[in-house]
Design a protein around this ligand. Structure first.
Ligand code: GDG
Length: 473
């Protein structure tokens, strides 16, 4: 155990540390903060309390001592190359991810992947247990670490433990496929508060607990008998959001606005620009979106002189087979549609398999007349909220899949069932043809919702729920 003075009263445990390792100009290795929504959400908390963050630095076989970056104490967890393959690419991204997204792709079940998952979860739990002060709080994040809450409680019953699940939790009929279904439920129940994106996710989790375990479940509370003592676990929705400030600020910057105009020009100034921004992932419905757009062109309902679809598909999980195959399928259909419809001056789909700096993303949001979010299943979908946050002039249309967490909140979007290609085509046409007054009425309401419920409100709510549990003990 480190000296008491080095112990933190608040510890985040997430698969990744909020920094990336980069090579400096002289070849030396340094760290660069990776500004995600989670970091923004937790920064105020981390700076107000004595906080630490436990996570993997993103490269295999890197042995690093704890270090401080940007005022945050970072505690690296080492993963070997085979653990990256079995725990991360295997169990997390090829078993849990497809299973929890309603089996859009077939989940792979391998006992050696599970063994690695247990081993790595134990390592994260140990690092956290070593880092946190007596009576402190630990907040565990996401599906890579579902066993950590119980492992941590076993070692440190003095702690208050929260867990937030960023992806959907499936209905029991699907969840029941998981060979380790009871162990995962018990792992999560080690937390005092288990947070989900949507009310339905919490309901699915509670139903699975009721079906599979013997604990009493009443409303959102699970009552656990631990050696005669009763402990209550609360499971409910805490819909995540974005840090709106950088988006509204960038959207107001003259250089970013000029860049948006340049993007429009570069596309031949079509009347309407449609935009999709996703990690290249089979949950995001990119193929369905492209199919619908291609059919609208084939049928002459849209023409490339009038409308261009810009699709950013940022590279993701490129060593997992299902992602390699998906990329091939998407790129084949983009090439076919462009081949059939492009002219010398206009393109049907400007497809970008690249990651972009945030400034450029915001310029794209500003250039887009409509944002197409057609996920087949998505915990929340932050892109939808980012688009809305940048639309200060209340123009623009959000086409949003019913199967995203965001659809529970963003009711004034044009809601679609992406499995229904005709519905998707009609939604795209509605977006293209929507009168300015209707755009503005809808966007105003969407903006109110997003700006009032930012990621700081989300972390405040979650931590308040944890405090309530602590105070009731
Ligand atoms: C998981 C859940 C849940 C994407 N490409 C670029 C880029 N991005 C940024 C987006 C957005 C983020 O990545 C993606 O967030 P999403 O919410 O859309 O989706 P997931 O990555 O699947 O996230 C999801 C989320 O966790 C939070 O709980 O909402 O349901 O699946 O912020 O803007 N950013 C930059 N360049 C890119 O090329 N800078």
């Amino acid at each position: 155990m480190p000296a008491a003075s080095a112990l933190a009263s608040f510890v985040i445990v997430a698969n990744r540390l909020p920094v990336d390792r980069v090579q400096g100009p002289d070849g030396e290795e340094t760290w660069r903060p990776s500004p995600g929504g989670l970091v923004a959400a937790l920064e105020p908390v981390m700076h107000a309390v004595d906080g630490a963050w436990v996570g993997w630095p993103g490269q295999p076989d890197v042995e690093l001592a704890p270090f401080t970056e940007d005022g945050m104490r970072l505690i690296p967890v080492t993963l070997s190359e085979s653990e990256v393959q079995e725990y991360y690419e295997g169990f997390a991204n090829d078993t849990i991810w497809p299973l929890y997204h309603d089996v859009i792709a077939p989940p792979q079940y391998h006992r050696e992947w599970w063994d690695a998952y247990v081993r790595v979860n134990r390592r994260f739990a140990e690092r956290a247990a070593e880092a946190v002060a007596e009576g402190g709080t630990v907040w565990v994040h996401d599906y890579q670490l579902q066993l950590v809450p119980a492992m941590l409680r076993e070692q440190r019953p003095d702690l208050t433990i929260g867990y937030f699940h960023h992806i959907p939790f499936p209905a029991h009929g699907l969840y029941a496929q998981l060979p380790w279904r009871n162990q995962v439920l018990e792992g999560l129940l080690g937390a005092d508060v288990v947070g989900f994106q949507r009310a339905q996710d919490a309901t699915n989790f509670l139903a699975a607990v009721r079906r599979r375990l013997t604990h009493d479940v009443k409303g959102s509370a699970v009552s656990i008998d631990e050696d005669g003592a009763r402990r209550t676990v609360v499971a409910r929705a805490f819909p995540i959001s974005i840090d709106t400030v950088p988006y509204t600020e960038l959207a107001a910057r003259p250089d970013v606005r000029a860049r948006a105009a340049e993007i429009r020009e570069g596309l031949g100034n079509p009347k309407k620009i449609l935009l999709g921004v996703d990690r290249l992932d089979y949950t995001k419905g990119i193929r369905h979106r492209i199919k619908a757009f291609g059919e609208l062109l084939d049928q002459g309902r849209l023409s490339v002189e009038d409308v261009t679809l810009v699709q950013v598909a940022s590279p993701s999980r490129e060593r997992v087979d299902a992602y390699v195959q998906l990329r091939d399928e998407i790129e084949l259909s983009v090439a076919r549609i462009n081949g059939d419809h492009d002219t010398m001056d206009h393109t049907a789909i400007r497809y970008l398999h690249q990651g972009f700096p945030r400034e450029e993303m915001v310029a794209m949001y500003l250039a887009a007349d409509a944002m197409l979010v057609t996920a087949l299943r998505d915990g929340m979908n932050l892109v939808a909220k980012e688009y809305v946050a940048t639309r200060a002039d209340n123009r623009g249309v959000l086409v949003l899949s019913e199967f995203t967490g965001a659809a529970d909140e963003l009711r004034q979007a044009v809601l679609v069932n992406p499995h229904d290609i005709e519905d998707l085509k009609d939604a795209i046409m509605r977006a293209v043809e929507m009168p300015a007054a209707e755009q503005s009425r809808r966007m105003r309401a969407l903006r109110r919702r997003v700006l009032e419920n930012d990621v700081r409100a989300w972390s405040r709510d979650f931590l308040a729920a944890l405090d309530e549990v602590r105070n009731s003990r």
